[in-house]
Ligand binder design. Sequence first.
Ligand code: PMV
Length: 362
Amino acid sequence: MREGQHYLQTQGVVQWSTPSNIAIVKYWGKKGVQEPLNPSVSFSLQKARTLTRVEFEHRGISNNPSVELWLDGQPMPSFQPKISKFLIHLTPFFPWVNHFHLRIDTHNTFPHSSGIASSASGMACLAFCLAEMGTLIQASAPAVSSLLVSGIARLGSGSACRSVHGGWNLWGKTDALAGSSDTFSVPVTNVSPAFQSIQDTILILKSGQKRLSSSDGHQLMETHPYRDSRIAQANGHTRQLLEALATDDWATFGQIAESEALSLHALMVNSRDGYTLLAESSWEAIYRVRDFRRSTGIPVYFTFDAGPNMHLLYPEAHLKRVDEFVQDQLLPLCENNTCIEDHIGAGPKKLNKETSLYTQAL
Ligand code: PMV
């Protein structure tokens, strides 16, 4: 029998589009094989997405990945080690992965270094592509499901495991949600209508390379003096946030969102060789959001990922008034007056292989 003949297909193409997500309760610190120290809760974005196309071709038995990476039509050798490491991690699930040459083309709908996690959407998107590829080449492969893909995406980047469902997601074992797990994320479905249409305006206060990667930040939690109290805080916040989402309680939601963001950044400051990723303009934006909230009573709150750029969170009903505030008070603080107006989204989508990666019509 010719080598490769036992595969249903020896070449083919798969394409997916997957959202980024923004965490309200933050994942910070790991244990075991990419499992979280604490539960985290996020929602998937709609416009901020990664689109990935994988072309595969059988190349024979090998123990090493064969992969070429392209970002926006340009070769990206600098991402090669991270992707190769991810593929090596996947061999227990996809033993065939090294038997194929993979050409991976990727496009993000949002700018690089914009405060939107491209590793979350990127790794989740690649995980969807590989799971579908499995079904094309092996009759015995498991069907593509969000839970399966979540567990795989997690091995590439922890927060990627929360980019596999639309709407609200929870990752990490907690008594507050039945079925929750440390190895994959589950959808949070008991959510009031206003939280199902939450808005997120992302303010690009400062772009550029981070001082320290998230992986290094997670590692610093291993010996962090506040490790245990952080785990307790995140567990408490998870329970309160689920309650707030179910009961349309924006005040509690906002208190948790802001406390989580500032706790994440305080943990960085207070870690060994402390550092900060917030910029001076991040603080000015915080003060302006709080002043606006106090003077108008509009429930608008902030969060930050591991970076200086603010995510402004508010109900859709206040879109117009918040947009005016952003134009007047926040855009002048932003680099090149840039913000991205996004909102909660519907989740991953399998793309027809004829679809251009550069399409915005999602
Ligand atoms: O998925 P990672 O390893 O890039 O970690 C992401 C951590 C935060 O973005 C800061 C928080 C989170 O839960 O997304």
